[in-house]
Design a protein around this ligand. Sequence first.
Ligand SMILES: Nc1ncnc2c1ncn2[C@@H]1O[C@H](COP(=O)(O)OP(=O)(O)OP(=O)(O)O)[C@@H](O)[C@H]1O
Ligand SMILES: [Mg+2]
Length: 660
Amino acid sequence: MALAADEVLAIGSQTFPLIQKQLRPPDYKPPLYRAKKVPRKNTNYRVTGGNIAAIDFGTTSVSLAYTTKGDDNVNIFILDAQEKAARDTNAVLFKRKEKAISVKAFGNTARSQFTTMKKAESYDQENIYFERIKMILKREENVDRQTLVESFSGEKFYLIEVIAFILQYLKDQLIDHLSRSAIPLKTTDFDWVITVPAIWDARGKGMMREAAYMAGLLTESKRISEFTPISSSPLPVPDEVNPDKLSLALEPEVAALYSQKMIAEQIKRQPSAAAISHPTEYMVIDAGGGTIDITAHVEVDGGIVVQNVPIGNAWGGTQVNEEFSKLLQEIVSDPGFEKFIASGDCTKNHATLNKIVYTEFEKQKVLFGQGKIEEIAVELPRIFLRFYEEALIEGVEKMSGTDYNPDENDTLYIDESVVESKLFGPAIQGIIDCTVAAVDKINNCPSTFYLVGAFGGCKYVHEKVSAALESYYQSKGHTDTCSVLIPPTPHLAVATGAAMWRKNPEKFKARRADATYGIGVSDTFNPEKHNEAYKYYNEDQKEYKCDYIFSIFLEKGELAKADEVVTETFFPRYLGDTRMRIRIYSTPDFGIQYYTDEKKEVFLPTIGELVINIPNPDNMPLIQQIVDVTIDVSGTEIQAKACYRVTGKEVKIVCDFLST
Ligand SMILES: Nc1ncnc2c1ncn2[C@@H]1O[C@H](COP(=O)(O)OP(=O)(O)OP(=O)(O)O)[C@@H](O)[C@H]1O
Ligand SMILES: [Mg+2]
């Protein structure tokens, strides 16, 4: 059942190894069973009506790109009208009136309204404020519908509902804008795209999909207008209405489409001045606020093969802010600013600290990143200085490279050397290490790297990362140089690329699986093949069987082809069953043949469940109630379709990644 190490996928003149040999351990054991692969039949699959809206829901910022039928261009929606900025901070201020919740302000406006609120207002029950909530999706390994997020006042809410409110707000902005145009378009006229890091697992993706259902992104009627009170009973699975109208795009993949198009246009305009020819093999490094996310692509015959398992880490730009926060805590000798937070209105103090780290320091960080300043000067608010005055004076004395003089002004100065080594240093090293690890796992080091995301796209990060990659590239024996390129608007690469991608998702011909996926099956016991520990006697079928077998759809590192799906056949366990539930297991490890240990304890993580409705369960004997399930693992999410064999009709199937 192992794929032979030399099997390849041939596209045009190029071949790609089906498996990534480097990933297999020396004592590699092949899987016992594999689901059957068949060509995908539905031809009008993922075809768009032409109206596309794409939301880049980033850790620090969001952006919205759209295109309408007949328009070849992608437009960027101006989210922050005041600043005329396309990208706005991912911050939201809610207004609560009894149970009803509405968005009072979003983005930079929300942040400044919240920060400048009078003490009594921030205390009261009416205002609920959140920032950077996407961080939770990365940190918590097992996010689900019950995952909670704390507002700045310390009140808890369901994360999925906060995300849903933000998505709904963004959708409303776009639809409201378009309602006044010559061709008014409704929500359901659009194919929606939400972007997610390529390194996310099925749960994170499931969260965004379900939040979109709650937000009414795919219907005209549904809206979210209340937060569900926290309780021990689980939030219900939302109704899946028009699931095909939503796609999840992988951030570095779509940023690549944008980068390639822009670079091609630049080269075409001035071919003689171009530093490179159009690259066909390149790596994309999306360095955002919370995530580093890397994919390696090869273009052949107009298609793209993603030749690595996406790799990444959490060394995004917010780490620089966090390092600054740590430095400040060290200067004032107050770990976690605990004394300050406890010294008065805790919400207000929390907001003050957030303003220092994410507004005042942020402005300086951006200028430093652009190469416009050499020293960082952070103006500290009066309430902070009043509390820490003495500690601050003493602290800067002890820490070289920092300065504060209350007789001059309210500003803390940090020297270039400290900014480089302590603040930016760890994040930049995180990007370099991750990129080198990505290159080491593919056969050939590409000579072109795209650096996208607002953090990756700044001058300082580019300088440091390109110098490191250059020397790494040459250490691999290359005599030429490599190019680390930034496309024209690196912070909008993901949103713009996502709308481009939705026009033709089939451009991606194959991707490598990030883990091994499969389901549990049983089979007639075969002593030569099976482990005695899993043997049992089946009374109905009058034979010994082997249970708990892990039958895989895809093995980690295997290329999943876009035109191929896997199929499995199921029938209900008991007559009269109206529903079948099939668990999907996933593992980053190789050599797993059974999904339980020998004591029959399930040890493989369940990443989701296929819930299949069975029509007319009483009408036929069990054995005839066959359901053919087609599972598509080639796309950006696991998707499944089920067909009742006797009637040939499709039956409803829900891929639930958040209940198990
Ligand atoms: N000129 C600059 N110099 C340094 N850092 C910058 C500069 N401009 C933006 N950044 C940083 O880039 C980060 C935001 O990048 P981006 O908008 O790509 O992230 P995101 O999409 O919100 O997050 P993610 O993709 O990780 O979910 C922030 O940490 C911000 O401070
Ligand atoms: Mg991003």
